[in-house]
Structures are given as structure tokens and as C-alpha cells.
Design a binder for this molecule. Structure first.
Ligand SMILES: Nc1ncnc2c1ncn2[C@@H]1O[C@H](COP(=O)(O)OP(=O)(O)O)[C@@H](O)[C@H]1O
Ligand SMILES: [Mg+2]
Length: 237
């Protein structure tokens, strides 16, 4: 399996406090990885470093073996780093069709037409609906379609299931698995471990800015630190 995106020894500070303390991870083509950890562990900060939203104090980010640590977000996007950030990023007053057409125009790749992208995520019946009127799950699907327009090699999804009902979350999960089948390297974070564990080939545990475990979902769940520091008494963290 080829490494698509790699972070090595990443250190980052916020307001003088160490938030990432030497984080190294590798994302592989065709695999879904989940990085789980309590709120404040540093997941979003790490994702920002990976996509180029933040430049870390120390450490290296490599895309297909090339050092991209100093490249801004838009240049990494062109090289194949796709992202679904935590907050909503659709154009709420524009309909689904308009959103997809706009994304495609900005994406600069091959034009497939809005129907193609809508079908890809199962929104073909919703083309005329204003994005602001979509359900949370549908909005995420639109965001996934948008990120696909640029044909990313790696897709970084920060809490893709947050605020979404179980059925919607399953659809998004299947969508992400489908992208991995096509060779995309997928990284996600989430508050709800159960769905992330189900769709991920590998799972990491981030605690206080350090990766304490990385392995299969079945090994992750047996890891004592997971229970002690993340899940507590509950299964869903
Ligand atoms: N805007 C900010 N200013 C200063 N510190 C921040 C800011 N946002 C987050 N932090 C700090 O960075 C740490 C990691 O935050 P974050 O990466 O958002 O974690 P996670 O996504 O795992 O919840 C938090 O503990 C918090 O103290
Ligand atoms: Mg976060």
C-alpha cells in the first residue's frame, strides 16, 4: 500500500501551549484511517497542519514523498489534498445544482456536470433545493461531492458524522468507504467511536497531542488507554 500523505514529528503550539507533541502518521491509498481522541486532544490542529491551514513549528508533511510543509492550502489542494472541515462550507443560498457547478468551475479539472456529482453522492433528486435547506447529512454529502470535484488523492474529514442522524451517518460512511475503494486515502476524526471503528482500516488514539496507539479497530478497542482515557465507561466516547 502506498503512502499518500505523511506527517513526521509535527509539533504545534497554540497560545504558547504545546498542542501537538511530535505527531507522526501515515495515510495509505485505499485505506480509511480514523484518529480518535477526546475534545482538545489536537485532532483539528493536526488536520489543519495536514491540509496546509497551519504551518507547524516543527516537523514535516509529505505528499507522495514530496515535502509540502511550506505549501499553502490551495496549492496542496491542487496536488490532491481534499478536505471536509468541521464547519459548514456549502453556499447556503444557492441550490445543490448551483453549488456543484460552482465547485466544478473552481476545481479546474475535467467538467462532468452537476448531475454526475449529485449522482455520486445520491443527491440527484435534490438538485433544485437550496443548500441551506438540506438536512445535516445531505449537506455533508454535498461537501463530499464538492471535495471530489478536484479528484483528491487524500480526503481529510474532521468529524464528518457530527450532528447527523444514524441513517445519514451510515450513508456518509459508505461514501467514504467507496472513495477508499477507488484508491483515495481517507482520514477522519469523530466524537462517536462506533461508526468510525466500523468503517476504518486503522485507528489511532490521540491524547494531549501525542499518538498513543495506532492499529486495527479490533486492537484499538482492546487497548487499555482507550478505555482509561477516551471511552471511559461508555462505548461511544
Ligand atoms: N483558537 C485557539 N486558541 C488557543 N488555543 C486553542 C485554540 N483552539 C484550540 N486551542 C487549543 O488547542 C488544543 C487542541 O484543540 P483542537 O485541535 O481543536 O482539538 P480537537 O479537535 O481534538 O478537539 C485544545 O486543547 C485547545 O486548548
Ligand atoms: Mg476538533
Amino acid at each position: 500500500m502506498s503512502v499518500v500523505l505523511e506527517a513526521q514529528g509535527v509539533e504545534e503550539y497554540r497560545s504558547g501551549k504545546a498542542v501537538l507533541r511530535g505527531v507522526s502518521i501515515r495515510l495509505h491509498s485505499g485505506r480509511v484511517a480514523a484518529l480518535l481522541g477526546p475534545t482538545g486532544a489536537g485532532k483539528t490542529t493536526l488536520f489543519d497542519v495536514l491540509v496546509g491551514e497551519r504551518r507547524p513549528q516543527r516537523g514535516v508533511v509529505r505528499l507522495m514523498g514530496e515535502d509540502v510543509t511550506k505549501l499553502p492550502m490551495w496549492r496542496r489542494a491542487r496536488l490532491g489534498v481534499g478536505t471536509i472541515p468541521q464547519g459548514p462550507t456549502v453556499l447556503p443560498d444557492m441550490d445543490v445544482d448551483g453549488n456543484l457547478t460552482t465547485f466544478e468551475r473552481l476545481g479546474g479539472g475535467e467538467r462532468k456536470g452537476s448531475l454526475y456529482w449529485a449522482r455520486m453522492v445520491g443527491l440527484e433528486q435534490r438538485l433544485g433545493v437550496r443548500a441551506g435547506h438540506l438536512s445535516g447529512g445531505e449537506r455533508r454529502l454535498l461537501e463530499i461531492a464538492r471535495s471530489m470535484v478536484t479528484r483528491p488523492r487524500v480526503l481529510i474529514c474532521d468529524e464528518p458524522f457530527s450532528g447527523i442522524d444514524p441513517a445519514g451517518a451510515m450513508r456518509i460512511a459508505q461514501m467514504l468507504r467507496g472513495l477508499a475503494l477507488e484508491g483515495v486515502a481517507v482520514l477522519l476524526s469523530d466524537h462517536h467511536a462506533s461508526i468510525a471503528l466500523r468503517i476504518s482500516d486503522e485507528v489511532g488514539l490521540l491524547l494531549d497531542g501525542e499518538v498513543h496507539f495506532w492499529g486495527s479497530a479490533s486492537d484499538w478497542i482492546k487497548e487499555p488507554l482507550v478505555r482509561e482515557r477516551y471511552l471511559g465507561g461508555s462505548m461511544d466516547g
